[in-house]
Design a protein around this ligand. Structure first.
Ligand SMILES: Cc1cc2nc3c(=O)[nH]c(=O)nc-3n(C[C@H](O)[C@H](O)[C@H](O)COP(=O)(O)OP(=O)(O)OC[C@H]3O[C@@H](n4cnc5c(N)ncnc54)[C@H](O)[C@@H]3O)c2cc1C
Length: 515
């Protein structure tokens, strides 16, 4: 413990830590080094089923520019202190702004929040870590630029750089965010600055338009890893289409999920539907509608199928609710709309008419997300159970109907064993499918916390046994998730860590990677 009661970084003493903090203050200014417990509280607000102390930071530092990040790394190297970089710090359900390990210093990049360039002809942007999606949206609106981007559900407060380096996803045709990025600037553990792709070429103006450069493509190394601190990100913007036609198709039975995926995958792969197809279960829609859980279920245990059925009928929610959109001209969308109508009819779906979608909170936030309009509509999920506990379980599979029911039944039965509801959605990304489950629980109840931890553990290992790996994981389960991917990959990751960060300074333990 340091003198203020906060944990010390591993291997450090109170005296060396205090000296290091003084050196850091000299770089960024006193007010930008946070070491008081009350000011550090926001960096320790987690939703995970483990005690806060497990992810308590020792301090936080907020640099203003790349040069300060470089200078900070020199100090941390001299004192062998670990740092956990965050951008907008809204990795909610995956660890929020808290470090992966107790005692790491959070490097909060929120003050580096400049939109460095937007090229309206090439439809590209270059942003710093602290830029939020809302900020970028406002910039495009204010400058009357007819450009869209893809954002995740908590977009109003989250940002493109942090989301992309954690390989997050969104809902426009550019929804695979890392795929639609072009060029990174990275401060390495030794303080050197690397620009990936064409960014390394003196005099080049192609950093944001050609991802690959020459030789190995390095960008991926800086996603879901701890090999560097990303200080700039190039991203592609999408020209606003002349005609945007979002739609919702409802299906009445849980077992319909098989045919939904079979019906829509070909349209997604052929890009008739150019964005990810979201297939949300009743219990994802209900909290965002909003429906009160207490009106349908009280007492312990998971909500019954019978109660879920009543929610469907009372609130006109489908067992599955499909969200996607057409992007094009009126003529191309008119032609493709006929295909959507035919596929919906053949697969037993009901296209929700416009007069019903208007005013529906659950539908409207989805329609906004599909045009890259930031909002916080999905936060309705947290009113379902209350208590602030949430962790995402998101296994990946082939986008085939045969993968769905099996996965849903496995998940439902494991969740119910621990008393939790199945709040899930399938997302047909392209050829892949993410099965996203929000494990919601009451964080104020220690027994429920323990159950949530055990439940996630069982989900992870039962799915891994069937060959399903998760695409992303919380800091509490980083090590266990990494272990499901086998030893050779981990050995290579460790060797890369040794080469790029031999002192183990940057986020040791993130995604299970350390020396
Ligand atoms: C209701 C709800 C819905 C959600 N829906 C989605 C969704 O649709 N899609 C989705 O992708 N996510 C979703 N999330 C999860 C999460 O909130 C978002 O992904 C969010 O964008 C991540 O937070 P951020 O953008 O502030 O990134 P940060 O929290 O800043 O960064 C994420 C992680 O990346 C690493 N990192 C960040 N910056 C750097 C850097 N500069 N250098 C090196 N490493 C860095 C850190 O380990 C950090 O913890 C949802 C969360 C909630 C609560």
């Amino acid at each position: 413990m340091s003198s203020n009661g906060m944990p010390l970084p591993q291997g450090s003493t109170a005296a060396t830590f205090a000296k290091a903090l003084d050196e850091l203050r000299a770089i960024v200014g006193r007010e930008h080094v946070v070491a008081e417990p009350e000011r550090l509280a926001s960096y320790n607000k987690i939703m995970l089923p483990v005690p806060d102390e497990q992810h308590a930071p020792s301090a936080a530092i907020t640099p203003a520019d790349v040069e300060q990040v470089q200078a900070i790394m020199k100090v941390l190297s001299r004192h062998k202190l670990p740092v956990y970089p965050i951008s907008t710090g809204k990795n909610l359900g995956y660890g929020s702004a808290a470090p992966v390990r107790r005692g790491q210093i959070v490097m909060d990049l929120r003050r580096m929040n400049r939109i460095l360039s937007v090229d309206a002809d090439l439809c590209t942007a270059l942003v710093e870590p602290g830029v939020t999606y809302q900020q970028l949206y406002d910039y495009l609106q204010e400058n009357k630029l007819p450009l869209w981007f893809s954002c995740p559900a908590p977009s109003a407060i989250a940002g493109p750089l942090g989301n992309t380096v954690d390989r997050g996803v969104g809902y426009t045709p550019y929804g695979e965010h890392f795929l639609f990025s072009s060029g990174m600037e990275v401060v390495l553990a030794d303080g050197q600055v690397l620009r990936t792709g064409m960014g390394s070429m003196p005099g080049s103006n192609t950093w944001q338009v050609f991802k690959w450069g020459y030789g190995p493509t390095l960008d991926g190394l800086f996603t879901q890893s701890n090999y560097g601190i990303v200080t700039k990100l190039g991203m592609w913007l999408m020209p606003a289409p002349p005609d945007f036609r979002p739609f919702c198709i409802q299906y009445p039975d849980e077992s319909d999920i098989t045919k939904i995926v079979e019906a829509l995958r070909p349209l997604r792969i052929a890009m008739v539907i150019p964005n990810a197809v979201v297939i949300a279960h009743t219990l994802w829609e209900a909290p965002c509608t909003p429906v009160q859980r207490a009106q349908y279920h009280t007492g312990p245990g998971a909500i019954s199928d019978e109660a879920v059925d009543r929610i469907r009928k009372d609130h006109r929610i489908g067992a599955w609710n499909v969200y996607a959109a057409l992007y094009g001209t009126k003529e191309t969308n008119d032609a493709n709309w006929k295909i959507i109508e035919a596929v919906a009819a053949a697969s037993g779906g009901r296209i929700v008419p416009a007069e019903e979608t208007k005013g529906s909170k659950a539908v409207e936030y989805r329609f906004d997300l599909m045009k890259g309009k930031p909002n916080l509509g999905e936060f309705g999920l947290y009113n379902w159970r209350g208590g602030g506990g949430s962790m995402w379980f998101a296994p990946v599979s082939q986008a085939k109907g045969s993968e769905t029911l099996k996965q849903m039944r496995m998940a439902k039965s494991i969740l119910a064993k621990y008393g939790f509801d199945y709040v899930g959605e399938f997302i047909v990304g392209w050829r892949d499918m993410h099965h996203v489950i929000d494990l919601l629980y009451d964080r104020t109840d220690p027994a429920e916390m323990q159950k949530a931890y055990a439940c996630y553990d069982e989900l992870l290992h039962s799915f891994a046994k069937e060959g399903y790996g998760v695409y992303r994981a919380s800091t509490a389960f980083a090590e266990k998730v990494a272990a499901t991917y086998g030893p050779v990959k981990r050995d290579v990751e460790r060797r890369l860590k040794r080469a790029l960060d031999p002192q183990n300074l940057i986020a040791p333990g993130r995604c299970g990677i350390e020396l």
